[in-house]
Design a protein around this ligand. Structure first.
Ligand SMILES: *Cc1c(COP(=O)(O)O)cnc(C)c1O
Length: 351
């Protein structure tokens, strides 16, 4: 069945094991983030089979489906007040910044007789989730008072909203916050979570403070891409995922539409360059399957000239033999993998 998202098992296994070893060497716990591929069961299985025991996702719906014994599940988006029941039931650890939400988590945990672990998120400049460092000690104190809650540690996130990367300077701020909390309340924070795939470069060049003992990594494993300097990690595989779709029409047609024009199906104005008659193919795949402008044909002789909900139109004048039923392969990026695994129309195949 097409379209299809293909996963190269060998390459994925290589990246999982490489990341795991790199982090283990420095006593950093690897928590694997599954949201980039919508926690698809057959892909998560590969992680589990390769020894991964901590899984993280932004959606409780996804965590529900990850259910091996002996694992820990992290909810890495701040929980919604309306989902606290499921959060306590389906996650062991959640990232938090809001006292009101942690109180609700504590109430639910107490009701069902468990302790729920929380990581207090500190914002160190990227300006997405987390409290500013000057407020951290006070909020940690509030978390510590809540019955049913264990303050497992603190964490930070970079490379998301503001495009701020982790550096020795902001990681030092994180450690300072940890020290202050520990001193103020005479406790030991078990986990200092130093960010996501963007922090890998600091592991590799040995500049990450030794107190950081956890990273939450998704992208670097599924793309082999280091997120801070956007370079491929040389020891890691790339093109783990590829996308395939099928040709449903091949015809010679003009390059410019004919007749009186209005906007296209999505209300956008469209203009066309006159390249004369071209050989055009239509591929049975569109916006409902994948974030279409985030995929690129692997064959350089095929050029994408337009898309709609269910079609990709390509110029294949340069390509001699193309016929109905042919399968066209595409490179994909992170957001294409995300959208393809979210679409119910795309088959996933591990090869
Ligand atoms: C998405 C996310 C991650 C994983 O990010 P990658 O760049 O895929 O490694 C980690 N932590 C939080 C809070 C996230 O939202």
């Amino acid at each position: 069945m097409y379209p299809k998202l293909k996963v190269d098992r060998k390459k994925l296994e290589h990246n999982i094991n490489f990341a795991k070893k790199e982090l283990e060497k420095r006593d950093i716990n690897l928590c694997c983030v599954t949201k980039g591929f919508s926690a698809k069961r057959e892909i998560v299985d590969v992680y589990y089979e390769n020894g991964i025991r901590e899984f993280a996702d932004s959606r409780i719906e996804n965590l529900k489906t990850i259910s091996y014994v002996g694992i820990k599940r992290w909810l890495i988006r701040i929980p919604m007040l309306s989902e606290v029941k499921d959060v306590v039931k389906y996650s062991d650890i959640s990232l938090n910044s809001q006292v009101e939400i942690v109180k609700a988590l504590g109430k639910e945990a107490t009701r069902i007789g468990v302790i729920h672990n929380v990581i207090l998120m500190i914002d160190l400049g990227d300006l997405r989730e987390g409290v500013r460092p000057e407020k951290a000690v006070e909020v940690a104190g509030e978390f510590l008072k809540i019955e049913g809650i264990h303050l497992l540690g603190i964490g930070v996130n970079f490379n998301c909203f503001g495009g701020i990367i982790p550096t020795e300077k902001n990681i030092e701020e994180l450690i300072l916050v940890a020290d202050e909390i520990e001193k103020e309340y005479d406790i030991k924070l078990e986990v200092i979570s130093g960010g996501n795939s963007g922090t890998i470069y600091m592991v590799q060049n040995n500049t990450l403070d030794k107190r950081v003992n956890n990273l939450r990594c998704g992208d670097v494993i599924i793309e082999g891409l280091e997120a801070s300097y956007l370079s491929f990690v040389p020891e890691m595989e790339k093109d783990i995922f590829t996308f395939e779709a099928e040709v449903i029409e091949v015809e010679q047609k003009p390059s410019c539409p004919i007749g009186e024009s209005t906007v296209n199906a999505f209300g956008d104005e469209v203009t066309f360059e006159d390249k004369g008659i071209m050989k055009r193919a239509i591929i049975g795949c569109g916006k409902q399957d994948v974030e279409i402008d985030k995929i690129v044909p692997i064959d350089k002789d095929i050029e994408c000239i337009g898309t709609s909900s269910d079609h990709i139109i390509v110029d294949c004048t340069k390509k001699g033999d193309i016929k109905v039923g042919d399968i066209i392969e595409f490179y994909v990026t992170y957001s294409a993998i995300l959208s393809a695994t979210t679409s119910k129309y795309v088959t996933i195949e591990i090869v």
